[in-house]
Design a protein around this ligand. Sequence first.
Ligand SMILES: Nc1ncnc2c1ncn2[C@@H]1O[C@H](COP(=O)(O)OP(=O)(O)OP(=O)(O)O)[C@@H](O)[C@H]1O
Ligand SMILES: [Mg+2]
Length: 248
Amino acid sequence: MPDCVRMRLFAARLDCVGSGSRDAVRHMNAPQLVARDLHRSFEIGARKIEVLRGISLDVIEGEAVFLCGASGAGKTTLLYTLAGLERPETGTVEFEGRRLYEGSVAAQSKLRNEKMGFVFQGYFLLPELTALENVTLPGMIGGRPDKGAAEASLRDVGLAERLHHLPAELSGGEQQRVAIARALTNDPDIIFADEPTGNLDSRTGDTIIDLLLNLARDRRKTLLVVTHDSRLAVRGDRELRITDGMLA
Ligand SMILES: Nc1ncnc2c1ncn2[C@@H]1O[C@H](COP(=O)(O)OP(=O)(O)OP(=O)(O)O)[C@@H](O)[C@H]1O
Ligand SMILES: [Mg+2]
């Protein structure tokens, strides 16, 4: 996180600046991601489950936010809604001043491809492609394949020696590193990660969280991470908990 952002967060938490300067800080520091009154429910037969029940949230650029909650609490649903992947029934999401879920499907995909990186629950690597090909894929989809950038991303996650391995030839931790390299390859502004440590033992999970936090801080990316592990969640700048469809 940039030092200026860290200082503003610190000042806001301590409430130690005068109100005039606090307003100035807020103005300079407009949130990057703004969600308002999100509602989402699912109907299974006659039963309706209200998963998001009026969630509002602001995330500032460079922040590392961890979202916790029990299994089934709606973490993935909320993350996908914030990332433009699942339209809410009501409510709005704005990213860098642009409303998600508005405009053509192609424009929405372009925005996600250029500005957002995703690390999904369970890696989601294509099994028939090598590590390098998997990481090059978002660039190819965006019409800007860059093998050099993909190789650099894989180097940054410690996989310089595994470029031509297939996912099946990699350990779980290595596959998750490939997924992180893929999320970084288009140089996004924000990274969404859904249970990035979910399939890993706790030590490997710790290294993956370290890697994500360090890469995001060094490259000034915003990070939104879902985890059920509150032990890991305290390592971000802010921890949110979803319970009964609301944030606490
Ligand atoms: N497509 C769907 N159709 C019906 N119900 C769904 C659908 N997607 C999610 N749900 C329900 O919404 C609730 C929240 O699901 P979600 O996947 O967001 O939970 P989660 O907090 O990510 O859980 P986990 O920690 O197990 O991944 C669950 O009860 C789930 O069954
Ligand atoms: Mg989930």
